[in-house]
Write a protein that binds this ligand. Structure first.
Ligand SMILES: Cc1cc2nc3c(=O)[nH]c(=O)nc-3n(C[C@H](O)[C@H](O)[C@H](O)COP(=O)(O)OP(=O)(O)OC[C@H]3O[C@@H](n4cnc5c(N)ncnc54)[C@H](O)[C@@H]3O)c2cc1C
Length: 462
């Protein structure tokens, strides 16, 4: 969710290595010497944006890299639906945020095209309690005025970390101003006001979303990660359950005991999966890492992607952001595109996603359509198809993405720290630049972790 208004207003070709995996396993079982010779230099766990970026950088440095991926596709939380309508629709990550996103060169190199998703005055509707109104009209409401500039005030906030709720209460926002302030602090992040720490909010670069420069990839976000992943050696369907680490060897085991080992490894397993206890570390992770994981919340994120027989929303509408009601934001998926399919994506985060996740599919659809009628009372929406994607139920994500609890502003640096011998750490949750917990952050983290491994394994040139 974006909230530019709050500041602005008052102003493949993959090498699916089943064969090589079998060969590798066979060699490993024939004795340590042979296994050691065929051992990869580096294992990368996870073929999301962080993992494939790290793996490619390592391969380019001349190292033998093996990627282990639990799913049967690359991309992780980038997941493009290609069977929903005539054009790709995003089930996970949707937007490239800002001009500083480090993935732009990859988008260009892959020959992909983009379309903007503006959240400015003329393209966005907001609901602060009176139904969806065009942004300028919503902001004409004097009840909202005290909350203008809430994000600027946040950036100048006191030394002690506060929860978003404490911050809002200290400022004394009431009524619609409070709703607007809550939207500013909680609508992008998948958590409640009590869980979100304002120092973490700032450290994570969430204010960067204020630039309003968001883009969708016309050919699908998965094409970006696919471009980075081409030519990598990826073993699909490998679910890491135990990671044994030391200073010069990392062994990764599946439930059935089969194992892969390397001189170093990078894990990109999302924090939600680690917090669930699905992966065991031997020896146990250092206290600083465990504290870092405890300081993060991998909050729920749920999408209901809907195709209607015809559009019932204004053509110039890019999104509807709502501070009340069951849905956090509705994206007009094909805004700015020649595609005529009438597709809305209802995106829900935090407590709203948790509530909707408890509904069965019929109840969910009925709730969302009712909510749409609240915003567009004259509409007669005819739903042709829908798809529910609940990232909390995905065992290889266990949530949408992370934010930091009060007092947790250092957690990402601690999770990223190279303090577990030959096991290094990447993933969007270890990045803060330019925005934490994003695709661009994942990409940056992959490059950072790869450079750490290269420094460890590749002798410096004299
Ligand atoms: C609904 C939603 C919307 C989002 N919107 C945006 C957006 O608009 N813009 C944006 O920039 N970001 C967005 N994000 C965040 C973005 O998708 C992630 O930050 C980013 O894709 C994470 O990349 P990653 O490589 O760090 O992790 P992941 O993509 O999660 O990759 C980790 C990989 O590890 C694998 N794995 C997990 N467990 C194991 C295991 N035990 N063994 C082996 N492999 C394992 C997973 O299958 C996965 O492929 C969104 C996320 C969600 C869920």
């Amino acid at each position: 969710m974006c909230h530019a208004l709050l500041c602005a207003a008052p102003r493949v070709a993959f090498v699916e290595s089943a064969t090589s995996a079998i060969l590798f396993q066979g060699l490993a079982s024939r004795g340590p010497k042979l296994a050691a010779r065929n051992m990869a230099d580096v294992i990368v766990i996870g073929a999301g944006m962080a993992g494939v970026t790290a793996a490619r950088a390592l391969a380019r440095a001349g190292l033998r890299v093996r990627v282990l991926e639990a799913r049967h596709r690359v991309g992780g939380r980038i997941h493009t639906l290609r069977d929903f309508c005539e054009a790709p629709v995003e089930a996970g990550a949707e937007l490239i945020h800002g001009a500083r996103a480090q993935i732009w060169p990859e988008v260009r190199a892959a020959g992909l095209t983009v379309r903007p998703s503006p959240h400015g005055m003329t393209a966005m509707m907001v609901d602060v309690g009176a139904g969806a109104r065009w942004l300028p009209i919503a902001l004409l409401d004097p009840q909202t005025w005290p909350a203008f500039g809430v994000l600027r005030r946040l950036a100048r906030t006191e030394a002690r970390d506060l929860s978003a709720r404490e911050f809002i209460e200290r400022r004394g926002y009431r009524g619609r101003a409070r709703t607007l302030a809550e939207m500013a602090l909680a609508s992008h992040l998948p958590g409640s006001l009590d869980e979100i720490g304002i120092h973490g909010f700032l450290a994570d670069g969430v204010l960067e979303l204020e630039t309003g420069l968001d883009h969708r990839v016309n050919e699908g976000y998965d094409r970006v990660v696919g471009h980075v992943a081409r030519e990598l050696d990826i073993e699909f369907g490998f679910v890491a359950q135990t990671i044994e680490w030391s200073n010069d060897l990392v062994v990764v085991r599946e439930r059935d005991g089969s194992e892969r080992s390397a001189r170093a490894a990078i894990t990109t397993i999302p924090p939600g999966v680690l917090q669930s206890g699905a992966v065991r570390f031997e020896p146990e992770l250092p206290q600083a890492k465990r504290d870092a994981l405890a300081a993060m919340v991998m909050g729920p994120a749920l999408k209901l992607v809907m195709r209607f027989e015809e559009s019932f929303w204004p053509r110039r509408l890019a999104l509807v952001g709502s501070g009340v009601g069951p849905v956090t934001v509705y994206w007009n998926v094909f805004y700015g595109s020649k595609i005529r399919a009438a597709v809305l994506s209802a995106y829900c985060t935090g407590p709203r996603a948790a509530t909707l996740a408890r509904l069965n599919e019929d109840e969910l659809v009925a709730t969302v359509v009712d909510d749409l009628l609240r915003h567009f009372p004259k509409a007669r929406p005819k739903l042709a198809a829908w798809r529910r994607i609940d990232w909390s139920r995905d065992p290889f994500a266990s949530g949408g993405y992370t934010f930091l609890r009060p007092g947790g502003a250092q957690a990402r640096a601690r999770l990223a720290a190279a303090d577990t011998g030959a096991l290094l750490w990447a993933g969007s949750e270890t990045a803060t630049q330019p925005i934490a917990a994003t695709v661009a952050g994942a990409y940056a983290s992959g490059l950072r972790a790869a450079s750490e491994v290269i420094a460890m394994l590749v002798p410096a040139q004299p």
